[in-house]
Design a protein around this ligand. Structure first.
Ligand code: NDP
Length: 252
């Protein structure tokens, strides 16, 4: 790994991705984060990181736009070149959005949207970035506690996250020859904008989550930022192909 690791986080403008970016910057990473729409929020995260004395920049990326990946990797390559670098030491596939719909009522359009953002996007983005991953790089794919336990209304979302967990194991196997470690981080319910901000803003849901969580509260974005930073540390380098859940002990 280079002396100053460079990590790319998709969906780093808000929520978990922003918390990961700040936690990794505190750990000494330079950060490239992506946003889809929220350019102002993304720039705010970049400025916070820069004020911590680390390098950071934000690039636009829609992870469902696989045809745009060659252009994105070109932009990324140019951005790294301006830093005097050519390789990524970390990649966090975090960008995502929820769908709350019963299995019976899920439409083809909802299925395709979840497939595109949670599986197809990370699959082909990681593939496109392979030439830029440094020897020994870390890849972290963000899944969900909903692959281990079930709650009504999350069939299509959780099915895609389950596929990401299988993908992570295959990536861990196939990329190990280059020393690349691949793991899945599965957050429990966290108070962000996700799902219309329900865990944060719906007091009844927030109380319910707290009541089924061993540590007695819903998660905060910083809980996941800290978990991601821990998994990216050099001392965690013997962990690969694993699903690590950070849920405060939800539904144990
Ligand atoms: P938020 O809604 O707070 O943030 C979503 C982030 O993803 C934003 O940066 C957004 O960019 C970006 N994004 C959304 N759609 C796209 C897209 N098509 N292409 C590129 N970027 C996109 O969500 P969270 O931070 O809570 O969730 C992050 C990840 O964690 C997701 O994968 C989610 O499934 C997972 N997760 C979340 C849990 C939770 O309870 N919050 C629990 C378990 C897993 P922009 O700001 O520009 O819109």
């Amino acid at each position: 790994m280079a002396s100053t690791p460079i990590t790319l986080i998709t969906g780093g403008s808000r929520g978990l991705g922003a918390a990961m970016a700040l936690a990794l910057a505190r750990d000494g990473h330079d950060i490239v984060l992506t946003y889809r729409d929220a350019v102002g929020a993304a720039q705010g995260v970049v400025e916070q990181i820069q004020s911590q004395g680390r390098r950071a920049l934000a690039l636009p990326l829609d992870v469902t736009d696989t045809a745009g990946f060659p252009a994105f990797t070109g932009l990324l390559r140019d951005a790294l070149k301006a830093w005097g670098a050519s390789r990524l030491d970390g990649l966090v596939n975090n960008a995502g959005a929820g769908a709350h719909v019963s299995f019976a009522e899920t439409t083809l359009a909802q299925f395709d949207a979840m497939l595109a953002i949670h599986l197809k996007g990370p699959f082909f983005l990681t593939q496109a970035l392979l030439p830029m991953l440094a020897e020994g790089a870390r890849v972290l794919n963000i899944s969900s506690g909903l692959t281990r336990f079930t709650l009504p209304g999350y069939a299509v979302y959780a099915a895609m996250k389950g596929a990401v967990e299988v993908l992570s194991r295959y990536q861990a196997k196939e990329l190990a020859a280059r020393g690349v470690r691949v793991n899945t981080l599965a957050p429990g319910a966290i108070a962000t904008d996700f799902g219309g901000g329900a865990v944060r803003d719906n007091a009844e849901l927030n109380r319910f989550v707290a009541s089924v969580t061993a540590l007695g509260r819903a998660g905060e974005a910083e809980d996941i930022g800290g978990a991601v930073a821990a998994l990216m540390r050099p001392g965690a380098g013997w962990i690969t192909g694993q699903r690590v859940e950070a849920s405060g002990g939800m539904f144990l």
